[in-house]
Design a protein. Structure first.
Length: 381
């Protein structure tokens, strides 16, 4: 006899897998459109690290998937440099909690896959032609989601004509949980270089995320490790005399995007909802993309719990419930989206008046402790 599926999940990224695990804990039958048992172990040498906030930590802890040991690093301090020597630093000594946690992407993925394999109420290996009758389909396919395209959902994309170049470096001295970010105006265009502390708080390894014009990023991918180390050394004004490139590199084109519609129905008994990058992307300068995606997971779980506890007569495809999810997340995402876009525009504006203002802005934020606290809480909550 065929198993009755409650929720079908399309997409095997962090958002899709975290949603599957959370919903499976709520006594729902879940189907994944991928067979994870056939997948090899994800590459250990992934160039990516995520800066995750407290809410994301709690969401991942609740499914026992929070990485441990050197796979997670507490972000304790942050220093931001603008052009013309302007500077801003956050060191929350008043607060015991770190600003954020830097998590190794490949370790998080391994944890999620291992956990999924142990869940009896998560079915895997559904192939394209297979007809699954699920009242609710969660689309977590990332920003190039094929399902979203098939559904004809309007997706507003704002390309930045920039790409993020990522690699791993060793600096020669322990980072003590301090991140550094440079906003620089170069001849070829504006650039943002971020160094994130990683591989544990005693380590001297830092993850590099460098947004630069796309043409320059593809040229950088052809450079040797030594050439890249020299370029980073120049950008960081020789802060790390023993800097070495030790990791693989990768390049991602950058854009901000958002779907117009996040939920919909095929018929009265089956509905769909977008989560994570399938619904929205932001510039990685603020390290918010996955935090927002995990926020979608938390809201979806909360919405379906409401049905389970109080409004049990509602179907999983219930329009009122799904609209509640869409409204709550659209509001949250919009403020993050506008914040990242405004910072990106501010730092890519060619006018000298704007350049002057933004540097004054950094000095201003440095002076007013109230605004600093706001930024710190944004990063840490
Ligand atoms: C350079 C860079 C740095 C970043 N740093 C941070 C950071 O520090 N903090 C942060 O919060 N965010 C960060 N982000 C954003 C973060 O990477 C994304 O927001 C996050 O990965 C989105 O997760 P997702 O699961 O929605 O999508 P994805 O990670 O894109 O996963 C979707 C997966 O589903 C698969 N898929 C597609 N179609 C199907 C299908 N039909 N069936 C099965 N599988 C399918 C895809 O191949 C993909 O593996 C960064 C992004 C970039 C580019």
């Amino acid at each position: 006899m065929e198993k009755k599926i409650d929720v079908l999940i399309k997409g095997q990224g962090v958002v899709g897998l975290a949603a599957a695990l959370h919903l499976s804990q709520r006594r729902l039958e879940i189907a994944l459109s991928t067979d994870l048992t056939q997948q090899g172990t994800p590459p250990k040498q992934d160039a990516r690290y995520y800066a995750l906030n407290k809410s994301s930590k709690e969401i991942l802890e609740a499914i026992d998937c929070w990485p441990t040991g050197s796979d997670v690093t507490e972000l304790r301090e942050m220093q931001i440099f603008g052009d013309h020597e302007s500077e801003l630093s956050f060191a929350p000594d008043r607060m015991k909690m770190p600003l954020a946690w830097i998590v190794k992407a490949s370790s998080l993925n391994i944890k999620l896959v291992e956990k999924i394999k142990l869940q009896p109420n998560i079915t895997q290996a559904l192939h394209e032609g297979q007809n699954i009758q699920a009242p609710l389909t969660l689309i977590c396919e990332g920003k190039h989601s094929a399902m979203r395209k098939k559904l004809g959902v309007e997706f507003d994309v704002k390309p930045y004509e920039q790409s993020a170049y990522a690699t791993l470096i060793e600096t020669g001295s322990p980072h003590h949980g301090k991140a550094l970010q440079w906003f620089i105006d170069n001849e070829s265009g504006p650039e943002i270089l971020g160094l994130l502390p990683c591989e544990g708080n005693g380590s001297n390894k830092m993850s590099v995320i460098w947004s630069m014009p796309s043409q320059k990023a593809s040229e950088y991918q052809k450079k040797t490790d030594i050439e890249i180390a020299v370029a980073i050394d120049e950008m960081t004004k020789h802060q790390f005399p023993n800097l070495k490139v030790i990791g693989p590199s990768a390049v991602w084109p950058l854009s901000a995007s958002k779907a117009k519609q996040w939920i919909g129905h095929w018929n009265t008994d089956s509905a769909w909802a977008l989560l994570g990058d399938s619904a929205h992307t932001v510039h990685p300068l603020a390290g918010m993309g996955l935090n927002l995606g995990l926020g979608d997971v938390a809201e979806m779980v909360k919405t379906l719990e409401l049905r389970h506890e109080k409004e049990y007569w509602r179907k999983l495809s219930d329009r009122y419930l799904l609209r509640k999810y869409e409204r709550a997340r659209k509001t949250d995402i919009l403020s993050a989206w506008l914040f990242c876009d405004a910072i990106q525009r501010l730092f890519s504006h060619p006018s000298s008046l704007v350049k002057n203002l933004r540097n004054k802005g950094l000095h201003g934020v440095q002076k007013f402790s109230f605004i600093k606290s706001f930024f710190m809480l944004q990063a840490g909550s």
